[in-house]
Write a protein that binds this ligand. Structure first.
Ligand code: GLN
Length: 188
């Protein structure tokens, strides 16, 4: 199984070719405006949108969620997104006092993880066919959506990778049917 990690701030010329051979992709946190600019600079935005829109299993976290969203409440000037996930996202929704909080977060029915929120976005509109995976108390203590899934795309406001816990990744691989596809090779 070949899972790519979008690392635009490194050397990237090879990415275009590599996209073809991927079974899945992770779009990690960072800064969504920078991801957007670099992806467009390297002519990667179109191929990425086509690949993800065409069903490439995708795990998007934090800035990755922002980058996948169809709409943003508060885009930076000129900021574009891939538009592959029918949600509206508000960047930096928790404000500065919640820069880097860690808290337990449900991910679907069966899983709760401790996750970091680092200048995290929230989902303010969930489109048709998009399943809510996670809610936490928001900036004004009302529950807000911080995790969604649509087909093979799982997108989260928080960082599930910070705590040496691979259960979110495993759940994504299962939801994207990659575990079945590769069961003989990897998980048997
Ligand atoms: N606030 C960042 C953005 O707008 C996201 C932060 C993160 O990925 N941890 O892209």
């Amino acid at each position: 199984m070949r899972i790519g990690v979008l690392t635009l701030q490194g050397g990237v010329e090879e990415h275009l070719e590599i996209l073809d051979g991927l079974d899945g992709i992770v779009i990690p946190g960072g800064e969504s405006t920078v991801i957007d600019k670099l992806a467009r600079t390297f002519d990667l935005a179109g191929p990425l949108a086509a690949a993800i829109g065409g069903g490439l299993p995708t795990l998007a976290t934090c800035a990755g969620l922002i980058y996948c969203a169809r709409d943003l409440d508060n885009p930076a000037p000129g900021q574009q997104t891939l538009g592959v996930l029918d949600v509206t996202v508000r960047r930096n929704a928790f404000g500065s006092q919640r820069h880097s909080a860690e808290q337990p977060v449900p991910v679907g029915e069966d899983l709760t993880v401790d996750a970091s929120f680092i200048r995290a976005p929230i989902v303010t509109r969930v489109g048709e066919g998009v399943e809510v995976l996670s809610r936490v108390p928001g900036p004004d203590s009302e529950p807000v959506v911080v995790g969604v899934r649509a087909g093979a795309v799982t997108a989260l406001s928080f960082h599930p990778e910070e705590n040496d816990d691979d259960r979110v990744h495993a759940a994504w691989l299962r939801a994207a049917a990659l575990v079945e596809k590769f069961s003989n090779h990897v998980f048997a």
